[in-house]
Design a protein around this ligand. Structure first.
Ligand code: GCO
Ligand code: MG
Length: 402
């Protein structure tokens, strides 16, 4: 089953997406997401200049071999650009394989391990009471797990807080927006927010929080400890995770469950974290961690060490990635939770899909393959627009992690 065409489609229906489409000699085509927020064209060019010309004539059925060919063949291994590009090809080939077998992808991955996939939504507000209202809205929508972020008093803007409506989009045109940071304000505020949320919603609602890589290990340890009475589902990205060993310090001090991994792109980024049981959830995604093929290897390593998955699913990952994540989540044994930020109506129209949300859970649907398509003529009406993620500065102007 030879590949006859492989192309990359860049579009911006509200935000930028990079999509790979591979077609075989018998007319079956598959899709893969290659979106790397803020650096989209680096991946698009890696694909069109270096990878796609190699695919013509290859056997679409040889997924593992193609993965190794692109990974080992680059010589310069790993990194978000390379791994997102490989991920997109890998995902498209799985889509083709499942469509050819006329089954939804999860059937090829071992079949369903559960009836549906638990997801968490994003609630945010400009203060504690507004955040309580936002969480209540998600409860009414049926969510069983909700991430809560709030503006921090004394700072002009805060990560994860939407500006009206339910769609959060931090990227901005022309130049990176600048956020403010002051650790002490944050550390004093967050335990109050979660104590209030627990009081309002009782013990059963799953509550999550994203620190977005901003603390040192001992600061994160303090936060985890103070949040213990609020029983979080997880505390996400407490510190920048380039130094995996830093989680040893956090772990020694708190029983708050820890999640990390949205910026990881290979199993080597989380090897220590998993093998030393320093985290509870690995958040690597299909698009940024080498596709279905590589993410399955990460999940298998994690399973041995009682670490569960919690794939990144922000709106800067396209519906193609969302569909792939749901097939993966439904099939693996050690699934934990899936992040779900709903895409805008414009994005959903460009990427019609069979996945559904009901009662706090999602299902990838029964359409053959991933169950997601791209409307290419509609996509062409939304050309790429350069956009940057924010940067973050301390009150004295020092650059901090965003
Ligand atoms: C999350 C993430 C996102 C990222 C975004 C960057 O947990 O959903 O932290 O909000 O900031 O994906 O592009
Ligand atoms: Mg995050």
């Amino acid at each position: 089953m030879k590949i006859v065409e492989a192309k990359v489609i860049v579009c911006c229906p509200g935000r930028n997406f990079v999509t790979v489409k591979i077609t075989t000699e018998d007319g079956v085509s598959g899709l893969g997401d290659a979106t790397l927020n803020g650096r989209e064209l680096a991946v698009a060019s890696y694909l069109s200049e270096h990878i796609l010309p190699l695919l013509k004539g290859r056997d679409a059925r040889r997924i593992e071999d193609t993965w190794q060919y692109l990974y080992k063949g680059a010589y310069w291994r790993r990194g978000p650009v390379t791994m997102s590009a490989i991920a997109a090809v890998d995902t498209a080939l799985w889509d083709i394989k499942a469509k050819t077998a006329n089954v939804p992808l999860y059937q090829l991955l071992g079949g369903a391990s559960r009836d549906a996939v638990l997801v968490y939504g994003h609630a945010s507000g400009s203060d504690i009471e507004e955040t309580v209202k936002a969480v209540a809205t998600y409860v009414q929508l049926g969510y069983k797990a909700i991430r809560a972020q709030s503006s921090i008093p004394g700072l002009n803007n805060t990560y994860g807080v939407g500006h009206g409506g339910m769609h959060y989009e931090p990227a901005e045109k022309d130049a990176p927006p600048e956020n403010q940071w002051f650790t002490e304000h944050y550390l004093n505020f967050v335990p109050q927010l979660f104590a209030r949320l627990r009081k309002e919603f009782g013990p059963d609602l799953q509550l999550l929080h994203d620190v977005h890589h901003r603390l040192t290990p001992i600061e994160a340890a303090r936060l985890g400890k103070e949040l213990e009475p609020s029983h979080l589902f997880w505390l996400e990205d407490p510190v920048p995770a380039e130094l995996q060993e830093s989680f040893r310090i956090i772990r020694q001090h708190t029983t708050t469950p820890l999640a990390v991994g949205e910026v990881f792109n290979s199993i080597y980024d989380c090897q220590t974290l998993i093998q030393e049981q320093l985290i509870d959830y690995i958040r690597a995604s299909v698009v940024h961690a080498g596709g279905i093929t590589h993410l399955r290897k990460i999940a298998t390593l994690a399973e041995i060490y009682h670490v569960r998955t919690g794939s990144h699913g922000a709106t800067d990952l396209s519906p193609v990635c969302m569909a792939a994540a749901l097939h993966f989540d439904l099939s693996i044994h050690n699934f934990g939770i899936q992040e779900y930020m709903r895409h805008t109506a414009e994005t959903d129209a460009v990427f019609p899909h069979s996945y559904t949300f009901e009662n706090g859970h999602m299902h990838p649907g029964e359409a053959p393959g991933l169950g997601v398509e791209i409307d290419e003529s509609l996509a062409a009406r939304y050309p790429y627009q350069r956009a940057y993620l924010p940067i973050n500065r301390k009150l004295d102007g020092t650059l901090h992690s965003w």
